[in-house]
Design a protein around this ligand. Structure first.
Ligand code: FPP
Length: 232
């Protein structure tokens, strides 16, 4: 089957990487944000078609205020330059998660970026921001219930595929490979529905230094598993 079509990544270890270097956690996030560009470019050149990155979880609001502000600032800066990059590289950008809790100016930037890049077909980059899988499923179930109540959806036609359609990832294929950096081996409320058949790859390397070499290794392991066991 070759290169995975859709790779999802839980970006972890910015804080620990910074601490090990005697730097503040926010310096780790800045290095992590810089690394996003590099890894996306590497993925594109390797023939990966979709990449989904866990940038800010619903739980991340519980972090110290300055850290939340720093993360939001990095995301905002990234979004500012993202449209030019999307145009240059024929890249469609989406955000999944409940963006209604974000700063209104940031929401506008997100909507604008999604609209302006909607017809680009070379690569699909998705950021999960204020994302939690249970929250996404709950929002989807609420929409399903409202549509059933209003007669827009017949309960007899409710299938697994219907649920997929009501999630934030409605028009994305499920990931083939999930990577989590920095040693933890848990999902942290990321894409619970979508990862049902996905291969998992965990690496001790922290996100700021996870580069092309590490991505290639993850893909190599994926391809080997694929050759040995096939896909169910
Ligand atoms: C985990 O590191 C990472 C995050 C909380 C979010 C990832 C955010 C970025 C890479 C910066 C902004 C993103 C973009 C897309 C521009 P951690 O703080 O949990 O690390 P630790 O577990 O070592 O403390």
């Amino acid at each position: 089957m070759g290169v995975p079509k859709h790779v999802a990544i839980i970006l972890d270890g910015n804080g620990r990487w910074a601490k090990a270097k005697g730097l503040p956690r926010t310096a780790g996030h800045a290095a992590g944000a810089k690394n996003v560009r590099k890894v996306v470019e590497a993925a594109y050149h390797m023939g990966i078609r979709y990449m989904t990155l866990y940038a800010f979880s619903t739980e991340n609001w519980n972090r110290p205020e300055e850290e939340v502000a720093a993360l939001m600032n990095l995301l905002d800066n990234y979004l500012k330059t993202c449209l030019a990059e999307a145009k240059k590289n024929n890249m469609r950008v989406r955000v999944i998660g409940d963006i209604s809790r974000l700063d209104p100016a940031m929401q506008d930037k997100i909507r604008n970026l999604e609209e302006e890049s909607a017809n680009y077909t070379g690569f699909d980059l998705t950021f999960a921001i204020n994302y939690g899988s249970r929250d996404e499923i709950l929002r989807g179930v609420r929409k399903i219930a409202a549509d059933v109540k209003e007669g827009r959806l017949d309960i007899k036609e409710l299938e697994e595929e219907t649920i997929s359609r009501y999630l934030d990832t409605a028009d994305l294929p499920d990931p083939d490979l999930l990577i989590r950096t920095s040693g933890e081996q848990r999902l942290s409320n990321f894409l619970l529905w979508q990862l049902a058949y996905t291969e998992f790859y965990f690496t001790p390397v922290p996100w700021p230094v996870f580069g092309e070499k590490e991505l290639k290794e993850a893909v190599r392991v994926y391809e080997e598993r694929d050759r040995r066991y096939g896909k169910i």
